[in-house]
Design a protein around this ligand. Structure first.
Ligand code: HEC
Ligand code: HEC
Length: 320
């Protein structure tokens, strides 16, 4: 019921449910004389409808057992609404919720798979990353929970970081990766259009492009460098190499989250960026997060470089 912004719909639903039962009981009551009649051996009442010449429709009362069943069902409905959720926002006296049931079920499953994860409890991340069984689990977890954003080959896409390279927004040590998965990340680059005009943004963009050796106009680079020193160094650093504490990307390499064209960089400067990786502590158990951490770490640290990644051709294009 939390989807509703006020209590009206709760009462609305409760009224319909109780009203329906009251209506059934009222119907039974108004028919009491007729219901009280016992069926006789012969035809009691003839509706006067005759089909095929000799098929007469009678009007016998319904049997007693049917009346009792009708009454008992009404009582059952009232009892059900008292015990179980059904009357609008009223939780029911047993306090049953389907969410609880799912939680119980998940806890049960977690209990069942515990022995599978127990083996990895004492292992270090590099050891897990090298373990074939752990890699299989890691890949499956990744495909289920992460691939929709980072791609089935973990190479990411526009605004979704590539996890297979050694280039990190926040850091590539096991501890940092584990933090990222558990608590999520929120990378914010503030918009500058209030204080920087389009021409100046273009100058800065040329300077940013020059940092990674891309074609740039030297005069614009000269002007842009000054502005960069005023505004951008706070997060991206004097040398433009970024700041992992803020998730501010390194602007001197050829890895781009959004793109290296002048237009894209100008857009980033003027409009800012707001990028979010959701927390997974409610979706994955700590054991699963540890295995995923090892799998992601393995993507850029294992000698074969694969770390068990899915078919590369299946994922979106790399972020360049
Ligand atoms: C809803 C989309 C989404 C899902 C699902 C998602 N991520 Fe992310 N992830 C992002 C975004 C967006 C970022 C970049 C955040 C930023 O720019 O601050 C990110 C960043 C990261 C980073 C940091 C990369 C770096 O360079 O420091 C890691 C590691 C990561 N994700 C791993 C995972 C793993 C493992 C999963 C599955 C458990 C996952 N992500 C699920 C969107 C997602
Ligand atoms: C308050 C800190 C902060 C300031 C100041 C800042 N940035 Fe950023 N910038 C970020 C963060 C954080 C991101 C990553 C956003 C994300 O995760 O999507 C970013 C992303 C970018 C990107 C995208 C890089 C890519 O890989 O596509 C560019 C380009 C950029 N900033 C340039 C600049 C320039 C130029 C300035 C100065 C006008 C500037 N930034 C000022 C924090 C900042």
């Amino acid at each position: 019921m939390s989807d509703f912004i006020n209590g009206f719909w709760s009462y609305f639903i409760a009224c319909i449910a109780l009203g329906g039962i009251a209506w059934c009981l009222w119907l039974l009551y108004t028919q009491r004389r007729w219901l009280g009649k016992r069926p006789t051996a012969g035809p009691v009442d003839d509706t006067g409808h005759v089909w095929d010449g000799d098929l007469t429709e009678l009007n016998n009362p319904v049997p007693r057992w049917w009346t009792w069943m009708y009454l008992l069902l009404c009582l059952f409905a009232l009892g059900y609404l008292l015990l179980m959720p059904g009357l609008g926002a009223f939780q029911g006296m047993l306090g049953y919720t389907t969410a609880d049931e799912v939680r119980r079920h998940q806890a049960q499953l977690a209990e069942q798979v515990k022995p599978v994860y127990a083996r990895f409890e004492t292992m270090t991340v590099p050891q897990i990353a090298a373990d074939p069984a752990a890699r299989q689990i890691g890949e499956r977890l990744f495909l289920n929970t992460c691939a929709q954003c980072h791609g089935s080959d973990a190479r990411g896409g526009r605004s979704f970081p590539n996890l297979t390279d050694a280039d990190w927004l926040y850091g590539g040590t096991p501890e940092v990766i584990q933090q990222t998965i558990t608590h999520g990340r929120h990378g914010i680059m503030p918009p500058w259009k209030a204080s920087i005009d389009a021409a100046t943004a273009s100058d800065i963009a040329h300077y940013v492009r020059s940092l990674s050796g891309l074609a740039a106009d030297p005069i614009k680079v000269f002007r842009g460098q000054r502005e960069f020193g005023n505004v951008c160094v706070a997060c991206h650093g004097v040398d433009g190499k970024g700041n992992q504490a803020l998730g501010a990307p390194n602007l001197t390499d050829d890895t781009w989250l959004y793109g290296s064209s002048e237009a894209t960089i100008v857009q980033t400067i003027l409009e800012g960026r707001d990028n979010r990786m959701p927390a997974h502590d409610a979706v994955l158990t700590p054991e699963q997060i540890k295995i995923l951490t090892a799998w992601v770490w393995g993507l850029s640290n294992m000698s074969d470089g694969s770390g068990g990644a899915g078919a590369p051709e299946a994922g979106p294009a790399a972020s360049q």
